[in-house]
Design a protein around this ligand. Structure first.
Ligand code: NAP
Length: 506
């Protein structure tokens, strides 16, 4: 019979690598990562568009167990973040347990043995007691739903699948979208191309990017005195928790101050009142992700740049046709149109207890307990899962809390000699009802159209509170909210139902 791993991890990005390190830390070294790409890094491997950088300070957007004194800028660029993750994989000896170019196509839980069987695109199967889906919340790029998109005769690609062989020099380039990716791409390419046409559907709120180069002296100081770097990290964390977080979680004075800051940035950066009007959002700040940039507004004012706010009617071989009937002729079309994040965090067929599918469990929208465990899908951990995204701070902080929680669950199950551990349905339902209620009064419920919500309006992406709360609530694994089903090899003669009672915590 095939070897049964303790844990199978899907994805070698921040979450998957962090999970591997945490498992090793607790002596659980029989784990395997499968990764669909041929390198570690996840989103930081996939997104290689010009200008790609983190919009959270790198001192904070990094693992707590692996601070990097060498960050070159406040906001590291993609190559540096990717190098950091490669370094983590090497330093913690993770690579030999990563199978690259291997994607999960289905996962089925066998109740009887308490084992997940995962089939892969290579046609093989891998078995493991626990399964951790660390495949990322933004790993499925979506093309804009525009008639005729596929008929475009020039070069067309998504921002997350940048075509490095496409020549932009002296070309007429169009960018669809004005989200976090587009505003980083536009300033990088505007001076290379003949013309740049940015197609905007909704303007983003943009605040200044307080970036600077970190000098050699400062780096040496961080390397020599790690406590100092911790202090800097804590400063970023608490500024985001105590100022930006509250501005988003409860609409009020802080929200208005943030909005005023963004308005002043726009007014300072754009002189032409007509362009300013087009760039001024009409929704509450934070309802969509707040962007940071100092060079996006100036880029739009270059003589070869244009901002088109007329809606797109359709795309034809020569370019984009807007509702006013105008044809915008293009050689290259960049689709900076985002990702599918709110509807489905798991992209392969999943069957839990009694063969129930995850699609069925999530027919009213995704949900999980602490965004991590799902009732009826025992020994399964989703990192990041539903309602884990941060509107105001570093996602890595949330991922690490989830990872610690998941590994505690695995350890508890082993300590009890249980076959599987499953969160109780009522606990999950109550948790999610509370999460949805906590969105009332937040900026995310103020009525904009954002990918944070499903088509039915359910909030499935963001965590509606301070991340410190999540940290405190998940720092101890709450075994009392789970059913532990005993291992039949130990509890011979008991039915699974009897075993549940036998193994429940007192
Ligand atoms: P996004 O924020 O979802 O932006 C997509 C853009 O495409 C929006 O402006 C959207 O307009 C537009 N769009 C979509 N369909 C369209 C259509 N049919 N016609 C016209 N416009 C259309 O995607 P993203 O910029 O790739 O960013 C996604 C997320 O990735 C970010 O929010 C962030 O979490 C992450 N990210 C992070 C960083 C970082 O620095 N850490 C960098 C890049 C991305 P509407 O607004 O009208 O929908």
């Amino acid at each position: 019979m095939d070897h049964i791993h303790d844990v199978l991890i899907i994805g070698a990005g921040f979450s998957g690598l962090g999970m591997g390190v945490e498992l090793d830390k607790h002596g659980l070294s029989d784990w395997l990562i499968i990764e669909r790409d041929d390198e570690v890094g996840g989103t930081w491997w996939a997104n290689q568009y010009p200008g790609c950088a983190c919009d959270v300070e790198s001192q904070l957007y990094s693992f707590s167990f692996e601070l990097n004194p060498q960050w070159s800028h406040t906001f590291a660029r993609q190559p540096e973040i990717l190098a950091y993750l490669k370094g983590v994989a090497d330093k913690y000896d993770l690579r030999r347990r990563i199978r690259f170019q291997t994607a999960a196509t289905a996962a089925t839980f066998e109740d009887r043995h308490g084992v997940w069987t995962v089939t892969t695109n290579r046609g093989d199967t891998i078995r493991a007691r626990s399964l951790a889906c660390c495949a990322g919340g933004l790993s499925h790029p979506t093309n804009p739903k525009i008639d005729g998109l596929e008929t475009f005769a020039g070069t067309m690609f998504h921002s997350a699948r940048w075509n490095h062989s496409a020549k932009l020099e002296k070309k007429r380039v169009g960018v669809i979208g004005t989200g976090a990716s587009a505003i980083q791409i536009v300033p990088e390419i505007v001076d290379k191309v003949r013309t740049l046409n940015v197609f905007q559907r909704t303007p983003p709120w943009i605040v200044p990017r307080l970036d600077r180069e970190i000098g050699a002296g400062e780096k040496a100081l961080y390397a020599a005195v790690p406590a100092l770097q911790w202090l800097v990290r804590a400063g970023y964390y608490w500024r985001r928790e105590l100022v930006v977080g509250p501005a988003l979680i409860k609409q009020g004075l802080l929200t208005r101050l943030l909005e005023r800051m963004a308005r002043a940035h726009l007014a300072r950066s754009v002189r032409d009142p007509e362009l300013r009007r087009k760039l001024l959002p009409s929704y509450v700040i934070g309802c969509k992700r707040i962007l940071i940039s100092n060079d996006y507004y100036p880029a739009l004012q270059r003589p070869n740049a244009a901002l088109t706010t007329e809606s797109i009617e359709r795309i034809e071989p020569r370019g984009v046709i807007t509702k006013d009937g105008k044809l915008h002729e293009l050689d290259v079309l960049v689709l900076a149109s985002g990702f599918e994040a709110s509807e489905r965090a798991v992209r392969f067929d999943m069957r839990g207890r009694d063969g129930r599918t995850l699609d069925d469990a999530w027919k009213n929208g995704m949900e999980a307990y602490y965004g991590t465990t799902i009732s009826g899908f025992p020994n399964f951990y989703l990192v990041p899962g539903p309602n884990i995204g941060g509107g105001h701070t570093s996602l890595i902080f949330m991922l690490e809390a989830q990872i610690r929680y998941a590994v505690s669950a695995i350890r508890e199950m082993r300590a009890r000699g249980a076959r599987f551990v499953d969160v109780r349905p009522a606990i999950q339902a109550n948790y999610n009802a509370k999460i949805q209620r906590r969105f009332e009064g937040t900026v995310w419920s103020s009525g904009c159209h954002a990918w944070y919500r499903t088509a039915n309006g359910k909030h499935t992406v963001l965590y509606p509170d301070l991340t410190a709360r999540f940290f405190l609530e998940t720092r101890r694994f709450d075994a009392e909210n789970y059913d532990f089903v005993a291992d039949q090899t130990r509890e011979r003669g008991t039915t699974p139902a009897e075993s549940v009672t036998a193994a429940r915590s007192p």
